[in-house]
Design a binder for this molecule. Structure first.
Ligand code: SF4
Length: 304
């Protein structure tokens, strides 16, 4: 895919098939799409207002476990053992701390940090009960993918792992460091996987054979075989979501929607459902981001 800048400053891209350039009218990742489905006001706080959020021990643990599982596959095949993976935890944590020193403030003391690290170690060890990394050679890890739909909406995101069988069949793998895939979380996770499958299908012209979610908190594995109809339905859903987001941008109506996820929301103090008042919207057009800029490509771990 090639990207060009138009004279008006907007971005246009050729389609994966080499078709005519499509002006990019917006951008969406599965995390942000999930935010809007969960609560439109949460989407506004994160994407439009760009309000900062506190790092959380659970999110940091997710980042750490993902980093270890990614680098595990740098080792020679025979060396991919539980002991080797466990030994990677401390160096990976030091690396994350060097990149984000504020993570050091997550813990009240060494004992709390040690407990947290033990939880991360348990997840890494549980991974080995689900599959044997000595028998696998991933085609891709932490793969950044993006594609532009015919409407001009850009879809983008990071895929934890892509496996390709000798037959050419593709498996998309995502590690989850939360616990049980309760119904609402499972729906969000499967939407995320279909989203990635849609992007890969458009990029490679082949529907992924299997979507595999590995829950490292409780050792469950969820597998799903998508088909073309699934992915076309996902495309329609994504387009409808984007239309709803654009309406909210035009009207300034970002409706708060309460759920159990409010317990983890950093923005309760600004939320009308909790007695707060949102800040004024950034002024348009000077301070307001253009639709194509609304979505940061930064790797996020909200869906840990
Ligand atoms: S507290 Fe709940 S309703 Fe309010 S913005 Fe956060 S997620 Fe939405």
């Amino acid at each position: 895919m090639t990207t060009t800048e138009t004279s008006a400053g907007s971005t246009s891209e050729t389609t994966p098939s080499g078709g005519a350039a499509v002006p990019v009218t917006g951008s969406l990742s599965p995390s942000r799409a999930g935010d809007f489905m969960t609560c439109p006001l949460l989407y506004r706080f994160r994407v439009i207002d760009k309000l900062p959020e506190r790092p959380s021990p659970a999110a940091a643990r997710g980042t750490l476990v993902h980093a270890v599982l990614e680098r595990l596959y740098d080792l020679p095949t025979a060396g991919r053992t539980p002991d080797a993976a466990r030994a990677m935890l401390d160096p990976e944590w030091e690396r994350l701390l060097a990149a984000e020193p504020e993570l050091a403030e997550l813990f009240a003391g060494d004992a709390e940090r040690d407990r947290w690290m033990e939880q991360a170690a348990a997840m890494v060890e549980r991974y080995f009960t689900l599959e044997d990394p000595r028998r696998l050679e991933p085609a891709e890890r932490e793969l950044f993918v993006e594609t532009v739909l015919d409407s001009g909406l850009k879809l983008r995101g990071y895929i934890d792992r892509v496996d390709v069988a000798p037959s050419g069949d593709v498996r998309i793998v995502d590690y989850k460091t939360g616990t049980a895939p309760r119904a609402d979380f499972e729906a969000r996770a499967l939407f995320q996987m279909r989203f990635y499958a849609l992007v890969l299908w458009r990029l490679r012209g082949r529907v992924p054979r299997l979507l595999q979610l590995m829950y490292l908190g409780n050792g469950e594995v969820l597998r799903y075989e998508p088909d073309e109809a699934d992915l076309r339905a996902t495309e329609r859903k994504v387009e409808a979501l984007w239309a709803a987001i654009r309406r909210a941008m035009d009207t300034g109506e970002w409706v708060p929607r309460t759920s159990r996820l409010c317990d983890w929301c950093d923005h309760q103090a600004l939320c009308p459902k909790f007695g707060g008042t949102p800040p004024p919207l950034p002024a348009a057009p000077v301070d307001r981001p253009s639709p194509a800029d609304l979505e940061s490509a930064a790797r996020s771990r909200e869906d840990f």
